[in-house]
Every structure is written in structure tokens, then in C-alpha cells.
Ligand binder design. Structure first.
Ligand code: ADP
Ligand code: MG
Length: 820
């Protein structure tokens, strides 16, 4: 290894974190993103031919980048420095499980399960992605200072083969953790990982390796042919049931093992729960209960997707230019979500921001702000997933109530102290305040029902009942999930319930947010559940409890409620909820209408419940009727005809036309060049359903066209390497630039064209078809728009659409000229 190594590309190497068989892992600092990272390199020796190792490292980066799981170490990027490839991972502080075992010896059953259950969860995730780890062992499991295990090192991972019996020529892996069928027959399957998990669990509870020997051949021989037994009970006492679980995972015959990593995880959890009936839950078991519940949710089809969408949006933290691109990118990946957001931002609900028609996410960010768009996106994602499941009415009810409380919180925040920078924040905190209960209702219906029963029988509150039934309270469940989803601290903070007695004045902005959040949620619960004769009393009590810690007067409440009712119709139109039929919708309409009467006529609180439609209800009925007809048009916010569907011949044009209109307005408004270019690219991307769209700009210093930003598949990676010199070479890129003509390559491997596709392109991108729109000023190229699809022949541009795309290109040119 190179002793003087101080930098790997932009990364400043601090020290060595660990060495594996082929690689060295360094701790390094990334000055650009200002964070510590772990960089995995080959040994940086050039003595022998390293092709295999290089291939393996590159393969590892692809494998890991496919997966996202809280118990897997994520990869940030991959690169090459002085000819050597390297991978950049999240740096996990702490130690490996093998260090931990060396220090502590055997662990308690609880501790051991607390580690292996999440590991199995991560392994199950890998298996679902078609990946077998193949090298699970204590030194490949990092334990964070909080005790959370993270699986790493996919250096020899394998794709699950559709040809069973696939095998290696030579043995690869770590002998002491190899499965018998691999040693005997080189058979690779998910069962190898289950066997390894069994060995690790054994090692944790017993305190030494399951199979030992004086050399690797002896060890392998023993694994393959000698039965594995637990140490005699005089030596160490292992619960019989836990022992059975370990031995089942370690069965010689793969068919006798657990069928899947989930199954083994579930067995472990049932074991834990059985034990808990006697012992009070510790912080440790709370964590493992949470893990268990998360695992159960992940089994439910859409939960992983929900987690992934929410987390990926939460990962985008700041509102700088790069993040705006990232945010738009995560949203644009989901076509339905994009449409819903655009529909929503075009409703009157947001028109106070002075929107007009907004036809791109990029423009929505400019007009409504980064946080607002992010919050809308996360909220809609949650709604979308839940709504698909909300067959039962009471789930819909819950849902609408949640939205209602979000809107109320937002209104209160708007009128309140300047300390809460953004009412959007109050909205989202309030929306997610009851996340635990909401998810439990959707994913654990039976338990949620038992919780209701317990509450009724024992007259206890929800948190006590849920802790009893689920092993963890709704609140802790929600907080745990919010954390794994990467929600910011203020949202998590707002999920904590306030004391039941009087509420102290808030000292910080975060506390104020928490109070508004709780208040609006409690208010909504009252509106939804309190019979009309008790309403006034309940509201009085609520106001009294919050006192002057709440920035709103009792008499303003009605106004706030009315406004929320108004807004919810806007919002609900977009997500197509039947607000009008909902309990809270009826109650609120009734209440606001009712109190109105109280004020005007001083009528009694007991006046007849609204049998006639109140104005608000009538209005809601309108909206519902409109949205029922496909929801393309909303009461106030209109999207051009056809924009609500997946692009096809008809609505590609609609998207293009709307985008062009939008951009023309923005050109006049004097939007910044970057914002304009982003809108232009986004419009191209969405309208034609391209795999990706990318903008290159001429870099005079390097005399090259250099990738700047784009949308679509792996775009952040690709932008970095998309670059070619401007000095003329006879390829299609220069053909487009030098003549200023648009070029469509239908198939990069067509005999006539294949020699004109430059090498750098083939190395950067696998797409087989692409189109180039050069941007020339006075015959001099200044920029280039590139757009592709994966499969040859995939791009079809009828004359109409092509000419609209050209208009967009010309708008880009105009925007650039304006800044010259
Ligand atoms: P190999 O494939 O060579 O075994 P690993 O990926 O297992 O490489 O890494 C080797 C060692 O480097 C690990 O045992 C661990 O000590 C350390 N290490 C690896 N990745 C990280 C990381 N992301 N954070 C902290 N330490 C790490
Ligand atoms: Mg390793």
C-alpha cells in the first residue's frame, strides 16, 4: 500500500478503518459534502494483474446501490483515482460484531436477537432484490454506537440464479461461515445466508464459533459432514426454543432450514414475545419489537416502496441547486405522484402564492418554495399508499381527520408567531403526528382492533393499550418509523404527546410547533367524535388546558375550522377522498354552520343538527362531483386536457404545450437561467417519457462539453462522467454540434452508425437510443441537450412533438442569450 496516500480524489484520507482480504477501507473526509465517509479501495498495489478484483469491486458498487435498508451500509458513490477504482460508503461509527464478541464474549439471548433479527431483515431485503450476500460473518456486520447492526461487504455477493445449481469453480468466501452444500457441491442460494446467520447467532449466544478446527480444511470438513450441536447445558444455558431455532438454521440439508430470512426472523421474534409476557419490556426489546413490526409491514406489498419514496425525499435536505434537482428527480420518477402534485399546486389552495398554471415540478419549487413541494410530496405519497388500502370506512375517516388537523395547524401557524418560519412545517408535523396509529390501522388491523377493545374495557389511554397489545406504544412506533424514514427532528419532536394537564408556554420554536401540532390533532378528535351537546364543553376544556401557550383565541377557532373545511375540499379533490361523506366532514360542516347560527342568532347549542346542506357541504359536493369525473379538472386549478395520464401520443403534446407556455411566462418574468433550464429539461423528460434527459454546457477552459444536470435514471452519477472534448472527431456528437442539427440515433449498434458512437459514451451509458439537440449561437456550440431511452427503437417523435421539442430547445437558447 502507498504509505503517503493522503487523498483519493477529493477525499482526504484520515486513517485506515479496516483491511479485508483484498481491500483496505479508509476513513476519509469529503470536503464537498462536509462529512466523513468510508472508502473501500483495492490495496493500491500495481504488482499483479488486478482485473478480477477490479471487476469485483465495481460489481459490489452496483449490487449495493440497488438496495436501501436501514440495516445495510449504503454506498454514496464509486470512482476511479489514478487508475484504481474505489467505493465510497456511509461511514458507520462503532465496531464490527467480531470486535464486540471479542470484547464481551457471549451475549444474552435478547442482545443476540437484537442484532441478528435486523441483520436477517437486511438479508431478506437483499434476497428480495435478487442478491445473495454469501459472506455473512461477524466482521462484516458493523454495530453502531446505538447498537444498530449494519450489514456490509457485498464483495462476493451473487445474483439469485434462475438456473439452480449454479456454482463456482473455486471456493470463494470464509470457510468458517460456508454452508455444507456450498462446500460439497458449490451450490449457491439464499439458504447459504440463512446458514451463516445461524452460525452467527450460535456464536453470539455461545461465545465461540460453532465449528472450529486447526485449519480451514478441517473446519470445512466438519461443516460438511459433522452435525452441529449446542454445547451441553452444564457449560452454558441456552433456552431450548432458541436452541431449536439455531439448529433449524444450521440444518445440513438446505430444505430443512427456514424457507426464508423473514421466516427465521419471525421465529426469533415469536420467541422474544413469548418471553416478554413474564418480563417487562426493556429498551432493547422495544427496539426489537419495533424491528419486528417494521419487518411485518415490509411483508405487506407496498410498504417497502412507501418507505423508499418517503426516505428518498427526506434525504434531500437543503434547498440549494443540487438538492432541487434531486428533489425533482425523486418526484419525477413517480409519474402519478408528479401529476397529483401538479394538480394540487394548481388548486386555489395554493393560489395564494400567486401560481397561475404550474406545469413542472421545477416551477412549483420556484413558486411555492422547496419545503412546500417537499411536504406536499411526502404527504401525497402517504395518502396514495394508504388510500389504496383504505377499503374500510373507518380508515378513510382516520385519514381525512389527519389531513384536517394538518390544515388547521397550518392556519394557526400562519397567524402565529414569526418564529415558525413556515406554516408548511406545522402542516407536515401535524399530518405525521399520529403516524404510529395510522400505520398500525393499515398494517395491523387486528391488533388495532384489540387496542380499541382494551381501551374500552380498561378505560385506559391509547398509548397504554397499544403498548400492551403491540409491545410498543403507537407513539413509539410512529417515532421509530419516522426516524427510519429520515424525518427531520422537528417532526419527530412533534410526535411526542404533551402532558395531560396544563401546558407550559413554549420556549423554543420546536416546542411551539409541537404545541400547535398537538392542539390541532386534539381539536380534530373533538370535532370528529364529540356529540354536539358536549362540544362547547370539550372545546372550553381544550382551550383552558392550552391557555396562552396557544397562539389562538377560542373565538378564532371557528374561523380556522371553516377555513380548513374549505381547504380540505381542495386538497381532497386531488387525492379523491370523500370528505363530504366522512364523519369529520359532516361534523365540521355542521359545527361551523352551527356556531355561525349561535353567533348570529344566539340560538341554543341544541338546535337541530343540520339536515340541510350547509354552504360548505354544498361546495364540497361540487368538488367531489367534478373530481369523480377523472379528476383532471378541479374547481379552480386546471391542468391542460390529458395531462393527468401517462404520456402517449395525445398527452405528450399536452405536456409539451403546457410546459412551453409556462416557460414563456417565466422568460418574461425574468426567472434565473438555471430555473428556466430545469423547467425545459423537465418538460422534455416528462412529455416523451425519456429514460433520462441531460444538459451539457461548453466549458471554455477545458474546451469540452460537460454534463451539468438532468433528470432520470442514475442521473447524478452520469452527469459526472458525461463529458467530451470539443476538438473535432468524426462522431455523432460533433456532427450535431458542428452543423447545428438535431440527431436521433435509433440504435447505437446499427452497422452504419456504430463506429460513430464514441467510446466515452459507451462507457458512460448503456442506452441504445438517444436524441441530441444542439444549442448553437452564431454557429458556435454553447450547450447540448441529450435525451435517451434504453432499448433501441424506443424513441418515436411524430412531427408535432418534434417541433414542440425544438421550441423548447429554442427557449433554452433564448434563455442563455438573455444572460449573455
Ligand atoms: P473486505 O471485502 O475486504 O472484507 P469489508 O467491506 O468487509 O472489506 O471492510 C473491511 C473492514 O473495514 C471492516 O471489517 C470494517 O472494520 C471496516 N469498514 C468497512 N466499511 C466500513 C464503513 N462503512 N464504516 C466503518 N468501517 C468500515
Ligand atoms: Mg469483509
Amino acid at each position: 500500500m502507498n504509505q503517503d496516500l493522503q487523498k483519493i480524489d477529493r477525499f482526504e484520507v484520515t486513517r485506515i478503518l479496516g483491511k479485508g482480504a483484498q481491500s483496505v477501507v479508509y476513513l476519509a473526509y469529503d470536503p464537498k459534502l462536509q462529512r466523513e465517509v468510508a472508502i473501500k479501495t483495492l490495496h493500491f498495489t500495481k504488482q499483479k494483474d488486478q482485473q478480477n478484483e477490479i471487476q469485483a469491486l465495481i460489481q459490489e458498487s452496483r449490487t449495493v446501490s440497488k438496495m436501501r435498508h436501514p440495516n445495510l451500509v449504503p454506498i454514496f458513490e464509486a470512482g476511479e483515482y489514478e487508475g484504481d477504482p474505489y467505493l465510497v460508503f456511509e461511514y458507520v461509527e462503532g465496531k464490527t460484531l467480531s470486535d464486540l464478541l471479542r470484547e464481551k464474549g457471549a451475549l444474552s439471548a435478547n442482545e443476540a436477537i437484537g442484532i441478528i433479527a435486523p441483520v436477517l431483515d437486511a438479508v431478506a431485503h437483499a434476497h428480495q432484490n435478487g442478491i445473495i450476500h454469501r459472506d455473512l460473518k461477524p466482521s462484516n456486520i458493523l454495530i453502531s454506537p446505538e447498537g444498530i447492526p449494519r450489514v456490509m461487504d457485498f464483495g462476493i455477493a451473487e445474483r439469485i440464479s434462475d438456473k439452480p445449481g449454479e456454482h463456482d469453480d473455486v471456493l470463494i468466501g470464509t470457510p468458517a461461515y460456508m454452508a455444507p452444500e456450498y462446500i460439497d457441491g458449490r451450490i449457491i442460494s439464499e439458504k447459504n445466508d440463512i446458514f451463516a446467520a445461524g452460525l452467527i447467532l450460535y456464536e453470539m449466544v455461545v461465545g465461540h464459533k460453532a465449528v472450529q478446527g486447526s485449519n480451514i480444511y478441517q473446519i470445512m470438513h466438519r461443516i460438511a459432514s459433522e452435525p452441529i450441536e449446542l454445547p451441553p447445558s452444564g457449560e452454558i444455558s441456552i433456552d431450548e426454543k432458541l436452541g431449536d431455532i439455531i439448529l433449524k438454521a444450521l440444518a445440513k440439508n438446505p430444505l430443512d432450514r427456514y424457507a426464508s430470512a423473514e421466516e427465521m426472523g419471525d421465529a426469533l421474534h415469536s420467541f422474544m414475545l413469548a418471553g416478554e409476557e413474564t418480563a417487562p419490556p426493556s429498551a432493547e426489546s422495544k427496539q426489537s419489537t419495533l424491528d419486528f413490526l417494521l419487518r411485518r409491514m415490509r411483508h405487506r406489498g407496498d410498504f417497502p416502496a412507501l418507505s423508499e419514496s418517503v426516505s428518498s425525499i427526506n434525504r434531500v435536505v437543503s434547498s440549494d441547486r443540487e438538492s432541487i434537482n434531486k428533489l425533482s428527480n425523486s418526484i419525477l420518477k413517480d409519474f402519478a405522484l408528479t401529476n397529483k402534485i401538479l394538480r394540487l399546486v394548481n388548486t386555489a389552495f395554493y393560489s395564494t402564492y400567486g401560481g397561475g398554471t404550474i406545469s413542472t415540478i421545477s416551477r412549483a419549487v420556484i413558486i411555492l418554495g422547496f419545503d412546500a413541494v417537499r411536504n406536499i410530496a411526502v404527504t401525497l405519497i402517504l395518502f396514495e399508499h394508504m388510500q389504496n388500502k383504505a377499503h374500510a370506512t373507518h380508515l378513510k375517516e382516520e385519514f381525512i381527520q389527519t389531513l384536517f388537523s394538518g390544515l388547521i395547524a397550518k392556519d394557526i401557524a400562519k397567524g402565529a408567531s414569526k418564529d415558525i418560519k413556515d406554516p408548511e412545517e406545522a402542516f407536515i408535523c401535524s399530518m405525521f403526528h399520529n403516524l404510529g396509529r395510522l400505520l398500525a390501522m393499515f398494517y395491523f388491523q387486528e391488533e388495532a382492533e384489540s387496542i380499541n377493545r382494551v381501551m374500552a374495557q380498561k378505560e385506559c389511554n391509547e398509548d397504554i393499550a397499544s403498548a400492551q397489545v403491540l409491545g410498543i406504544s403507537y407513539q413509539d412506533l410512529g417515532i421509530g418509523i419516522a426516524k427510519t424514514w429520515g424525518f427531520p427532528e422537528q417532526i419527530v419532536h412533534s410526535m411526542r404527546k404533551l402532558p395531560p394537564d396544563s401546558i407550559p408556554r413554549p420556549k423554543t420554536a420546536m416546542d411551539r410547533l409541537r404545541i400547535i401540532t398537538s392542539f390541532s390533532n386534539e381539536l380534530c378528535a373533538i370535532v370528529a367524535h364529540t356529540p354536539s351537546e358536549d362540544r362547547l364543553k370539550s372545546i372550553k376544556k381544550l382551550s383552558g388546558r392550552y391557555g396562552d401557550s396557544m397562539p389562538i383565541q377560542e373565538k378564532q377557532l371557528q374561523q380556522t375550522l371553516e377555513k380548513a373545511l374549505d381547504e380540505i375540499t381542495q386538497f381532497a379533490g386531488t387525492v379523491r377522498l370523500g370528505v363530504r361523506e366522512s364523519r369529520i366532514g359532516k361534523q365540521a360542516a355542521n359545527w361551523t354552520g352551527h356556531t355561525h347560527q349561535v353567533e348570529v342568532a344566539g340560538a341554543s347549542e341544541h338546535a337541530a343538527e343540520g339536515t340541510e346542506l350547509t354552504e360548505a357541504e354544498a361546495q364540497m359536493q361540487d368538488t367531489v362531483a367534478i373530481t369523480a369525473t377523472e379528476g383532471v379538472t378541479l374547481a379552480q386549478g386546471k391542468l391542460p386536457e390529458g395531462m393527468g395520464n401517462k404520456p402517449d401520443a395525445g398527452n405528450a403534446q399536452a405536456i409539451l404545450t403546457a410546459g412551453i407556455q409556462d416557460i414563456s411566462n417565466s422568460l418574461v418574468d425574468g426567472c434565473s437561467l438555471n430555473d428556466l433550464l430545469r423547467m425545459i429539461l423537465e418538460t422534455m423528460y416528462r412529455s416523451m417519457d425519456f429514460q433520462r434527459v441531460l444538459l451539457c454546457i461548453k466549458d471554455a477552459k477545458q474546451n469540452a462539453m460537460v454534463g451539468r444536470f438532468g433528470f432520470g435514471e442514475d442521473i447524478n452519477q452520469i452527469v459526472k462522467t458525461f463529458k467530451f472534448p470539443l476538438s473535432y472527431t468524426p462522431d455523432v456528437f460533433h456532427a450535431a454540434l458542428s452543423k447545428g442539427v438535431d440527431i436521433l440515433i435509433s440504435d447505437i449498434n446499427e452497422p452504419k452508425i456504430k463506429d460513430r458512437i464514441p467510446d466515452w459514451y459507451r462507457k458512460t451509458i448503456t442506452a441504445q437510443t438517444f436524441v441530441l439537440f444542439p444549442l448553437n449561437i452564431k454557429n458556435v456550440p454553447v450547450a447540448l441537450i441529450y435525451a435517451d431511452k434504453e432499448a433501441a427503437g424506443g424513441i418515436n417523435m411524430p412531427e408535432n412533438e418534434l417541433s414542440l421539442l425544438r421550441t423548447l430547445r429554442n427557449q433554452a437558447l433564448l434563455a442563455i442569450k438573455q444572460t449573455l
